[in-house]
Design a protein around this ligand. Structure first.
Ligand SMILES: [Mn+2]
Length: 323
């Protein structure tokens, strides 16, 4: 294991590095979630205020996150030959998770700001704090005494923090997290609208595929492992895409007695995404790293190529090792 302490550059060093650059690109992990979009947009809007030329590159994301202000800085593809003075990655554990943007990131002076336990320190400067609730929390710490926050930046950061803490509910939440949220809320954005959009609004098609996944649900090891799956056919027949499945894992985890939930769904031909959530007894980051993935101790994922039956068997065997 790498000693994280010596691999982490200070936020002060990162600030100095940014100050010396003019054009800055920002990206987050593929299939961007609320923290990825919130942290990217908050940082981008703040650096623009600080006089930088900013481009944010994110894969197309769910319209759930349209509630996050972007400052008009987001595009989905990098123009041919584009090379910023500095490329900042947020909320991304390794270069591979940057998708196509990684090819440009690799060539640039770079900063990696993240909170995944499995972070590989792939930037020139790296700040990876696995105890931070979210990348948005780290971005807040980076900019708070440097660039004046405003309503849009505050609401983007707030959305990222509540998204990654499940609404200030996960054990990663600290008194400090609520102090940060209090500071952000003082800017007067519509927090109730954000909360409802993130946690209590779903598309009709997403509810349908949820039904299918719950129908497929199984339990093993005295109910300690609850798992389910959705095939490509299931997803298409419900009229949704693999982006519409993110809530399902939380329902599986919510089954009484479940210590580890596993949800496997088709991305494309023979490529499956595996999501895992756990309580106190299973380190799902470790389990997912066995398949080249990673994430957090209680929330991780990986992508596996193969036949569904075999993948289910392999993944469950890996989890069972820890029970
Ligand atoms: Mn995150």
């Amino acid at each position: 294991m790498k000693a994280v302490e010596i691999m982490v550059d200070s936020l002060e060093e990162i600030k100095k590095c940014i100050e010396g650059k003019n054009s800055i690109a920002i990206s987050a992990h593929v299939s961007p979630d609320g923290d990825a979009v919130g942290a990217s947009c908050a940082l981008g809007m703040a650096l623009k205020k600080a006089g930088k030329k900013v481009n944010i590159f994110l894969e197309k994301y769910s319209d759930t996150f349209d509630v996050i202000p972007t400052g008009g800085l987001v595009s989905n593809t990098i123009p041919e030959g584009f090379e910023p003075d500095l490329y900042i990655s947020v909320d991304c554990g390794d270069l591979k998770r940057l998708g196509d943007f990684g090819k440009v990131f690799e060539k640039c002076d770079s900063v990696n700001i993240d909170h995944h336990k499995s972070n590989t320190h792939f930037g020139k400067l790296n700040y990876a704090d696995e105890y931070a609730t979210s990348a948005s929390e780290i971005v807040y710490k980076l900019i708070k005494d440097w660039i004046p926050l405003d309503k849009d930046i505050a609401s983007a950061l707030y959305t990222g923090i509540i998204f990654d803490t499940g609404g200030l509910r996960h054990t990663s939440t600290k008194p400090e997290t609520l102090n940060i949220c209090a500071d952000l809320m003082a800017f007067g954005f519509d927090f109730n609208k954000i909360y409802n959009k993130i946690f209590y609004t779903r598309k009709f098609e997403e509810a349908k595929i949820m039904g299918v996944a719950l129908e497929h649900m199984e339990r093993i090891c005295d109910g300690k492992i609850v798992y389910s799956y959705a095939t490509e056919k299931d997803i298409i027949s419900c009229g949704t895409t693999s982006d519409g499945l993110s809530e399902i894992i939380n329902y599986l985890k919510g089954i009484a007695g479940c210590e580890c939930a596993v949800f496997i769904y088709a991305k494309e031909n023979d490529i499956y995404k595996v999501s895992m959530r756990s309580g106190d007894s299973v380190d799902v980051c470790k389990a997912c790293m066995a398949f080249g993935g990673g994430g957090h101790v209680k929330a991780s994922g990986c992508t596996i190529e193969g036949k569904l039956d075999k993948i289910i068997e392999d993944v469950l065997n890996e989890v069972k090792k820890q029970l």
